[in-house]
Write a protein that binds this ligand. Sequence first.
Ligand SMILES: [Zn+2]
Length: 139
Amino acid sequence: MHGDCETGRCDNMVVRCMDFRFHGQLPALLAAHYGVERFDHDSPGGCGGAMSLIDGFSRYVILHALGLAISLHGVRRLIIVDHVDCGACGGSERFSDLEAERLFHVQRLREAREIALQRHPDLEVALFFQDERGISVVE
Ligand SMILES: [Zn+2]
């Protein structure tokens, strides 16, 4: 079940970075690889997907939007997407290599998942890392 136009239901909400370089491909990648047909989106201006839940100021905004998405649209899954070379996290040049950068984002994504689950324990939370090659699941 991915949503229904007649009822206004939507199963997914995506929290991602504001970085335009990764927006165009994301809906198609999520649909093709993970069956996500549509999603509510966090408020514009979120920097660094996981970072927007970890940072106290934007966390308030994101959790408010998530609460609305759950109550108004029946969202049951939160999808958090981090991406390579994220300026909110210092960019790729901050890391020794791609693996170190990915590991950093894995840790941040897991931290963000815990924050979301503290507020909404019944939520399913899916974590993804996006780079120029595509998107991959973070366990
Ligand atoms: Zn970013």
